[in-house]
Design a protein around this ligand. Structure first.
Ligand SMILES: Cc1ncc(COP(=O)(O)O)c(C=O)c1O
Length: 443
């Protein structure tokens, strides 16, 4: 028996600490309210409804600064696919990051926000002609080459002097947990063939190499392995082709925690370890130390984002376990490898002395796998109308949200210093009908 069992009123003051997986400005407010960026989340719900994504601007900006401190002035790019809007692109530009875009759509948003084109990198293993045309028209600084065939296309269409990075797979063996790997294999000779083709093209300038080792990687050894493989490759390319590319982008994939105890990448230690490994590898091959850059997505925005839901239904099992259904689900909280781990949620907006019970938070989509939080504790008196906040939804939630069940996608709001700003408005059923072409309208 705990003290809270003897004095139940203690429970409302013993709220879950809002650390590690919650936005850095998250705090408990009056009457069980949750505040982010000095804004009461109950007031956000009143003004904007649910489900709603809320992003802590101060948290995003602080992560940008942490990365810049670790990797230096020009060493950090943000990968847009994790989450992008014009407002966010402006924060990133103001903080001095570069930007990795993977489509003409992401590029358009970045340019519309005034993001400097020369600081944008277009990547993608299957760039479409539209992606490339948008990059040329927008005068994008750098393009990542990810296949041999692409070099021929770029050589014929890119502007004179187009800077390119070559995406390589440096390690001989994909490390555990790094199954999603893109690029030209060093071991198979494909990467060397790509260098030979690029240097033969007068329009293209090979400025460096680029890697992507996976997602949610917390072990430094995966990146160390890549650095050693790449340096050996660069030294060989110097001997064969007389080229000395000066940039090494180690990609992103840095692990973040979704619930207490999850591993995350220790940024400062990672940066100093990788620098040391890079220096040693360069020395070993008598190669000038390349400029080290990284391009994380998740690690910049994941923790800054939360999603607010209303509880719609509660079903109680015979063992006391409760199933709590909310007004969102797999459309706004997509699961799967890219999305990360198991989320954490809290009830907010009221106080309660009820016992904590085991619960599962599920979505509204009538699908067995529509599960938002598989296992957590919630107060036993949780009921329809209650409010839940789910942590860790800044990355790959809004950007991967869908219209399944023809449910409109939630709005994306930012909060800072007591102010709320709408970054992306809620999608309505009108929006969906606009895309639905009715042939009778044409008659
Ligand atoms: C193909 C690809 N995916 C994702 C990322 C970023 O991943 P994450 O959001 O896990 O940091 C990068 C960054 O370089 C990338 O190139």
């Amino acid at each position: 028996m705990t003290l809270a069992d003897i004095i139940p009123s203690l429970r409302s003051s013993l709220r879950a600490p809002l650390t590690q997986v919650w936005p850095s400005t998250a705090a408990w407010g009056e009457h069980g309210d949750l505040t982010i960026g000095g804004v009461a989340m109950t007031s956000v719900v009143t003004a904007h409804g649910t489900p709603t994504y809320v992003l802590d601007e101060a948290d995003v900006r602080q992560r940008c600064r942490d990365y810049l401190t670790a990797f230096g002035g020009d060493g950090v790019a943000y990968t847009a696919k994790a989450l992008l809007s014009r407002g966010i692109a402006r924060w990133l530009a103001a903080e001095g990051l570069r930007l990795y875009v993977g489509s003409a759509g992401e590029l358009r948003v970045a340019l519309a926000a005034g993001f400097p084109a020369d600081r944008i990198v277009l990547y993608g293993s299957a760039k479409t002609p539209e992606d490339l045309e948008a990059a040329y028209a927008g005068r994008v600084g750098t393009i990542v080459v990810e296949s041999l065939g692409e070099i021929t296309r770029l050589a014929a269409t890119a502007p004179q002097g187009q800077r390119v990075l070559l995406r390589v797979l440096g390690g001989t063996e994909p490390a555990e947990g790094t199954d999603c790997r893109f690029g030209l294999r060093i071991g198979s000779g494909e990467a060397a063939a790509a260098v030979a083709r690029i240097v033969a093209q007068p329009r293209l300038t090979l400025v460096g190499v680029d890697c992507s080792v996976g997602h949610q990687v917390s072990r430094f050894s995966v990146y160390e392995h890549e650095v050693r493989g790449v340096l050996e490759f660069l030294a060989e390319m110097r001997t064969r082709h007389g080229v000395e590319p000066t940039e090494l982008n180690l990609g992103g994939g840095h692990a973040v925690a979704y619930s207490g105890g999850d591993p995350s990448l220790a940024l400062a230690a990672f940066a100093s370890r990788i620098r040391a490994v890079l220096r040693l590898a360069a020395e070993r091959h008598d190669f000038p130390v390349p400029r080290l850059t990284v391009s994380p997505g998740r690690a910049i925005v994941s923790r800054a984002g939360i999603t607010l839901y209303h509880v719609v239904a509660v079903n109680r099992g015979p063992d006391g376990h409760i199933l709590v259904a909310v007004d969102g689900g797999m459309t706004d909280c997509p699961s799967g490898a890219l999305c990360g781990g198991q989320h954490t949620a809290v009830l907010f907006g009221r106080t309660t002395c009820a016992q904590p019970v085991r619960a599962t938070v599920v979505g509204r989509h009538n699908d067995a796998d529509d599960v938002i939080v598989p296992a957590l504790t919630l107060p036993a008196d949780v009921h329809p109308g209650d409010l839940l906040a789910v942590a860790g939804s800044g990355a790959y939630h809004h950007s991967r949200a869908s219209n399944y069940h023809l449910v409109g996608r939630p709005p994306l709001l930012s909060v800072r210093d007591g102010r709320t700003t709408t970054l992306v408005r809620r999608e309505s059923s009108e929006d969906m009908l606009l895309r639905d072409v009715d042939e009778r309208d044409a008659a």
